[in-house]
Every structure is written in structure tokens, then in C-alpha cells.
Design a protein around this ligand. Structure first.
Ligand SMILES: *Cc1c(COP(=O)(O)O)cnc(C)c1O
Length: 377
């Protein structure tokens, strides 16, 4: 028997280039904070795109334990996964009712968010032919011009509410620019939605996403639909009231010294201005660390926390690696150490800014090959 092969196994933390920790206690606290901000409205949870990259099952399980009863996903596949762990929850499918998918909605008791007349006609026909009183949401477009019935179409629908078994459990619309608190469209959409809601008396009404909640009570109606703020992104124009949820650490593959005027990385875009220490870290754009956060001469890129200090990225981010200028740390960083790319004061919004994008994209890009840790307390 080979002594080496029979040795104890290596921990997954040691094997992985990066370790992603999702703090489910912080996520729950964020959901509760949004609920308090929205009282007396119900607070749902948007868990599309694998719960914004954080993991649908662990995220939804934590929110179910906290008392969340209503969830929004984008697709049937996401709805099916959620239904298998949430037998009682209301699950709305935001992307509506694709042709021929009635049996999937019935099997998983999913509620389509109907966003145009063709969908509604097919949905009606399915409910009738299947003899199944499927419930559903009406999406009314108040300015996004993406999904939703026109206000006129929605008005024509309203008399259905007198019929029995109409199945409409939610009337909703979506804000175009809620994160820009003083954008004139906010007031226009709130006003338009107030009219629509009058037509759908007795049906739960929902307008606000994360940022919409912070527009105040006029935007909150009966149910709010936060997504990104649950995961720690800042839904406000000011200081972030949410707790950070995602932490990303990655391992130093090697540390090397380079001479002044040498370059680092592809295309030689970054030049050392002094004798420099470079820590090469084992994650890259294939892990969702945005390549747009690369650094070049005269252009700052992303930052990481190394031994308690902020250090800048040096050069282009590669597929599986990135380089940090750790000259200031001296001998304080060594092969095998962990550096922090998200956390220790670097939030998802900061990482997004490094790459000229938004926290939504940072979160939904989070890589598949990290070792994932779910912290519950
Ligand atoms: C994604 C989405 C939300 C959640 O938006 P956040 O900005 O992430 O809070 C709410 N409603 C609809 C229709 C969505 O598509």
C-alpha cells in the first residue's frame, strides 16, 4: 500500500483556489430589516439566478425558517428547484408563461407572472382544459417597456375579478429607476400603479424592488420584492443599511520579486515603478472575478486585503489567476496565505465599481469552483 496515497484526505478549503462564504444570518437580518422598513406590507424574496449567485437552496431555506412565504424566480427550472424545498410557499415565475409549459406549472404549483395577452390567452386555455384552478399574477407595464400588459389591457381584464376562480393573486409592476431616488419616473410609476390597483380591488399589489422600498411607503403597497439588498448590495444612494452577506477569499499561489520596469501579466499593461513584490492569487475571470477590474499603467483596478492592508491589482486579470502588488506588505504574505477579495471593507458594490459594473453582475457571476461555506450564526 502506497503510504502517500493512503494518507488522510486534503480538506476542500485547501484544495480550492477560492473560498466563498455566504452569511445566512446576515441574509436573514437583511430580509427582516427590509420587512420592518415596509410594514405593514409583506416582504417576499427574489431568488432568481440561483439566489443572485449565492445558492438557491441554502438561501431559500434560511428565508423560509425566518418566515418568508412568497418567492420570485425567473424560470420554471428555478421554480421546480425551489418547490422541492418549499412545499407551502407561493412561487411566482417572473418570466411568465412560455408556450406549452402548463403541465410544469401545474406539477410544481408555480404561479406565472403573466405579462402579455398571448400568454394570458394560452394560460386561460390551459386552466380550462386541465380543469385546474392555477393561480397567477398580472404584470402591468408602467414604464419599463419590457414585460407587462398595457394599462388599457389591464383595465379590460379587471371585470374578470367578479367571476369565480379567476385565480389572480397578485397585480404587479416594476420600477425603472428606483435606485435614482429623485428620478421623475418613480412618482409617475407610483401614480400609475395606484390607478391600476384601484381596478384590482382585493388583489395583493406589488411595485417595489430593493431600492423601491427606500422610496418610502407610497412605493410599498401590499407586498415588496427585494432581491439584491438581501445579498448585501446597497439599495440606497447613501450609506449602505444592509449587512454584507458574501465573503470571498483566495489563496496565494506564489510570491515573487520583480525588478523596476518589468511588466506583469498579459499584454504587459502594468509596469513596476520600483522593485516590487507580486502575490499571484488563484482565482480569475473564470471564477467571476471581473476582468474589467484589471489594472494598467495609469489605470487603477481592483483591490484586495492582504494581511490587513489594501493592495492593488497589478496587470490584467487572467482566467484562473490575478496578481497583487504586495510591495507594502514586505514579508507579511506567503505562498498558501488567503487574501480577501470581498469582505474586510470591500463590499459587492466596491468590487462592482472596480469593474465599472453593478453589484447584480458581481453577485450573479460568482464562480462555480469556489469552496462554498454557508454560515448560519
Ligand atoms: C429582479 C426583480 C426584482 C428584484 O429586484 P432588486 O433590484 O434585485 O431588488 C423585483 N421585481 C422584478 C420584476 C424583478 O425582475
Amino acid at each position: 500500500m502506497n503510504r502517500v496515497l493512503s494518507a488522510e484526505t486534503v480538506s476542500p478549503e485547501l484544495e480550492a483556489g477560492g473560498i466563498l462564504t455566504v452569511d445566512l444570518a446576515a441574509l436573514t437580518a437583511n430580509w427582516q430589516l427590509l420587512g420592518r422598513r415596509s410594514l405593514p406590507a409583506e416582504v417576499a424574496a427574489v431568488v432568481k439566478a440561483d439566489a443572485y449567485g449565492c445558492g438557491l437552496e441554502p438561501v431559500a431555506s434560511a428565508l423560509l425558517r425566518a418566515g418568508c412565504k412568497t418567492f420570485f424566480v425567473a424560470s420554471i427550472g428555478e421554480g421546480r428547484r425551489l418547490r422541492s424545498i418549499a412545499p407551502e410557499a407561493a412561487i411566482y415565475v417572473l418570466n411568465g408563461f412560455p408556450p406549452g409549459t402548463g403541465p410544469a406549472f401545474a406539477e410544481c404549483r408555480l404561479q406565472p407572472v403573466i405579462g402579455n395577452m398571448a400568454e394570458m390567452v394560452e394560460w386561460d386555455a390551459f386552466r380550462t382544459s386541465a380543469g385546474w384552478p392555477g393561480e397567477w399574477a398580472v404584470h402591468v407595464d408602467t414604464g419599463m417597456n419590457r414585460l407587462g400588459l398595457s394599462v388599457a389591457e389591464a383595465s379590460a381584464l379587471a371585470p374578470r375579478l367578479e367571476r369565480q376562480h379567476h385565480g389572480i393573486t397578485l397585480v404587479m409592476s416594476h420600477l425603472v429607476a428606483a435606485e435614482i431616488a429623485d428620478h421623475p419616473l418613480n412618482a409617475q410609476q407610483i401614480e400609475a400603479f395606484r390607478e391600476i390597483r384601484r381596478l384590482f380591488r382585493g388583489v395583493t399589489a406589488s411595485l417595489a424592488n430593493s431600492s423601491g422600498i427606500f422610496l418610502g411607503p407610497a412605493a410599498q403597497f401590499d407586498l415588496v420584492r427585494p432581491g439584491v439588498a438581501l445579498y448585501g448590495a446597497n439599495p440606497t444612494p447613501g450609506a449602505n443599511p444592509m449587512q454584507p452577506v458574501v465573503e470571498l477569499k483566495a489563496r496565494v499561489v506564489q510570491v515573487r520579486t520583480i525588478q523596476r520596469d518589468q511588466t506583469v501579466g498579459y499584454d504587459a499593461t502594468w509596469t513596476a515603478r520600483r522593485t516590487s513584490r507580486i502575490a499571484v492569487v488563484g482565482i480569475g475571470y473564470a471564477d467571476g472575478y471581473l476582468r474589467a477590474a484589471s489594472a494598467a499603467d495609469g489605470v487603477a483596478g481592483g483591490e484586495a486585503v492582504v494581511a490587513g492592508q489594501r493592495c492593488p491589482i497589478a496587470g490584467r486579470i487572467s482566467m484562473d489567476l490575478l496578481a497583487l502588488d504586495v510591495t507594502e506588505i514586505g514579508s507579511g504574505v506567503r505562498r498558501g496565505d488567503l487574501v480577501t477579495l470581498l469582505g474586510d471593507g470591500i463590499g459587492v458594490d466596491d468590487l462592482a465599481a472596480f469593474g465599472s459594473t453593478i453589484a447584480y453582475e458581481v453577485l450573479t457571476s460568482l464562480g462555480r469552483r469556489y469552496h462554498r461555506v454557508y454560515r448560519t450564526g
